[in-house]
Design a protein. Structure first.
Ligand code: IVH
Length: 679
């Protein structure tokens, strides 16, 4: 049907009106109409657009999502999306200004833009002639993913800019996040539907943006605050960040109401303190503040490092603390029999996740905390760190206090327990103990060990309970017909699992040694042992003295290795595993002169593009180098790829040589080929 001029006018008016209400509701938090009235306006618009075929990608009616996409397209950011250096206190913030003042001469105080550091997902929005044409994630800073379909469902993000004076091409950057209320609402819904609850708002926002089906994304009330401008052409922008924020808001883009422009670093510190004091009252999660030099001219004069601007700094807040009740303490048995007290807590939302249990480490820690079951306790969690019970709440009421008592027998198998040193308690049950059996099988099958795809915790649990598997060698005798009797295991999955178990038999010596779960022998030590001794039979005969010669192996690890191979049950298990067909490529043991990197400590950081990190590490170690996880004065060189952050910064600070992946490859190839010619 052809639309009359009146209908066209009404549609245009409804679109403007709906976008205005979107902004009032989602950005300004100041709605003028009820949700029902909004829905009625939207329904009228949808009806008119359908009847007169007036669909438009910039209409508010298009925000409900569309058919799923087949996959994500990669987007290259013409101007890389940088990351931020961070500080944790006021003195370090002053030092940040000190570094700026060494680079540029400034009369008087510097003006700064202070903003909350919103805990969400960094994105880039591209507007052409005021129309949103593309949205992308930050990705690694250079290449991100096209998420336009999902971003179009976010009501506070204009599909069309309002006002005037915007550049014809404008890239706006900012943080997309899920507010606390939105998160709580989604989880209430998930509980009602008995579906999986979401861990924290940031992961939920990230997961939502990675949906191929934008109709699902439309159900999550994501929001955004813009924090900078990237690419811009065809138009002039103000010469300060503050000016840009004012313009962005005029064009209908959401900017953070908590931002402030201040005129000295001391006021920045006061801003950070103030923001911290209102942190819990904010409707969204923040993990700190961002302090930026306000003037663009000054920003250019100060310049940027490889990954971070020198004119901006993140001020990270201390870990969040909340109090909750200690409901009970259970004792968990680990792979090597260690018994650990675990606190069961009344669920509490802290540091961005809901915590309902956490380790208390050992009985010494329990004594140090001086807590009893039923007490109110303080939980602390920072970033991605494991939540921690930090203290009891003094003076809190506990009507029915119960002491936390270490078990005298293993809570799983009832075997006796022994005390090891001052703090550890260990179950003496060995493989009699179901918990130790399950844990040792889980470790054996884990990704960095034999990597048995599909052998998850639930299946291991059933295999051990049904006594189908007593130790890891039993895995290789499993048949698909047996596995099919397990819960939720079909014929196909059973066959797949049998094939995965068979495939895992071709491994490497370092992985096999790691899989055995010898105490204190982690991946790095397993690699060193394999490269040093070359074969299992040689390692089996090694003495404490010869073990101590291996880099990274001290007397305690040496002791554990010797006692593992002195145990006849272990020797029998090794023989059975080898009978099952476990094999690995031979390792030629390098002599001193064929290990030219002996004495060098190397750190790898950022993304390696041509080599996997494990391969790079293995090849460096084979050449005699020690590959360390952190940069210190004893680091010889750092090889940094894209995305390198704090380790690169530390190396620069300590004046340690830094090179890239091409140089690393060159080094490996030249040393390896010169060794071949010696052979
Ligand atoms: S500015 C060149 N401002 O923090 C500066 N970032 O650690 C680039 N973030 O990737 C970032 N709130 O995801 C800036 N007000 C804010 C921010 C903010 C959150 C995030 C952003 C960035 C990360 C850097």
């Amino acid at each position: 049907m052809i639309a009359s001029p009146e209908i066209l006018d009404e549609v245009a008016g409804l679109r403007l009106e709906l976008e205005r209400h979107n902004r009032l509701y989602h950005t300004l938090d100041n709605p003028e109409i009820t949700d029902a009235d909004y829905d009625a306006l939207l329904a009228r618009l949808v009806m008119l657009e359908d009847t007169y075929d007036l669909h438009s990608p910039t209409s508010p009616s298009s925000r409900v999502g569309a058919e799923p996409l087949p996959g994500f397209t990669q987007i290259t950011h013409e101007i890389p999306m940088l990351s931020l250096d961070k500080v944790f206190d006021g003195d370090d913030l002053r030092a940040f200004e000190g570094r700026i003042l060494k680079r540029v001469e400034i009369d008087g105080e510097i003006t700064y833009s202070c903003e909350p550091k919103v805990d969400g997902v960094a994105v880039s929005l591209l507007y052409e002639n005021g129309v949103l044409i593309r949205a992308a994630t930050r990705g690694d800073g250079t290449v991100g993913e096209d998420i336009t379909h999902n971003v179009r469902t976010i009501r506070s993000i204009p599909l069309k800019l309002s006002g005037r004076g915007f550049p014809s091409l404008l890239e706006v950057r900012g943080e997309i996040f899920l507010g606390k209320r939105g998160f709580a609402h989604l989880n209430e819904q998930a509980r009602l539907d008995q579906s999986k609850v979401f861990v924290n708002p940031r992961n939920t926002a990230a997961g939502t943006l990675r949906q191929l089906d934008s109709r699902r994304a439309a159900k999550v009330p994501l929001q955004m605050y813009c924090y900078s401008v990237g690419l811009h052409e065809g138009g002039k922008l103000p010469d300060s960040l503050d000016g840009v924020f004012i313009s962005l808001a005029e064009w209908g883009l959401p900017t953070n109401p908590q931002r402030q422009v201040v005129k000295s670093i001391d006021r920045c510190i006061a801003y950070c303190d103030e923001l911290l004091s209102i942190r819990n009252a904010l409707e969204y999660e923040i993990d700190g503040a961002v302090i930026k030099v306000d003037s663009f001219n000054l920003q250019s004069a100060i310049g940027t490092n490889a990954r971070t601007p020198r004119w901006a700094m993140a001020y990270k807040f201390p870990a969040e603390e909340k109090s909750t009740r200690l409901i009970d303490v259970e004792f968990q048995v680990g792979r090597t029999g260690t018994i650990t007290p675990v606190a069961r807590l009344e669920p509490v939302f802290v540091g961005g996740v809901t915590v309902s249990n956490t380790t208390l480490h050992n009985m010494d820690e329990v004594a140090r905390l001086g807590i009893r079951i039923g007490d109110e306790v303080v939980i602390r969690r920072a970033g991605d760190v494991i939540p921690k019970v930090v203290r009891g709440v003094p003076g809190s009421v506990n009507p029915n206090p119960r002491p936390i008592v270490a078990p005298s027998h293993c809570p799983v198998c009832g075997s006796s327990v022994e005390k090891e040193g001052d703090v550890l308690i260990r179950c003496n049950g060995g493989l009699v103990c179901g918990a130790q059996r399950k844990e040792s099988i889980r470790h054996f099958a884990s990704r960095n060990a034999l990597d048995i795809d599909g052998l998850g915790e639930r299946i291991i649990e059933q295999l051990v309970e049904a006594e189908l598997v007593r130790d890891v060698a039993d895995l290789f005798g499993l048949e698909a017909s047996t596995l099919m009797n397990l819960e939720r295991m079909g014929a196909k999955s059973a066959e797949k699992l049998v094939a995965a178990i068979a495939d895992s038999r071709r491994t490497t010596l370092p992985k096999f040694l790691y899989a055995l779960g010898i105490r204190e022998v982690g991946e790095a030590t397993a690699l060193q042992l394999a490269n040093h001794f070359g074969d299992l039979s040689v390692l089996q005969e090694a003495t404490i003295e010869s073990l101590i010669d291996v880099p990274d192996v001290g007397p305690i690890v040496a002791e554990h290795v010797v006692s593992f191979f002195a145990n006849t049950a272990n020797i029998a298990l090794l023989a059975r595993l080898q009978e099952c067909g476990i094999t690995w490529p031979k390792i030629s043991v390098a002599s001193g002169e064929s290990r030219p990197l002996i004495g060098q400590t190397i750190v790898l950081t950022g993304t390696l593009e041509k080599l996997s990190r494990n391969e790079a590490k293995a090849r460096l170690v084979a050449l005699g180098a020690k590959v360390a996880g952190s940069v210190s004065k004893s680091t010889s060189i750092v090889y940094a790829g894209p995305g390198a952050g704090s380790k690169l910064a530390k190396a620069t600070e300590l004046g340690i040589e830094v090179d890239d992946e091409t140089a690393l490859l060159g080094l490996l190839q030249s040393l390896e080929s010169s060794l071949k010619s010696i052979d």
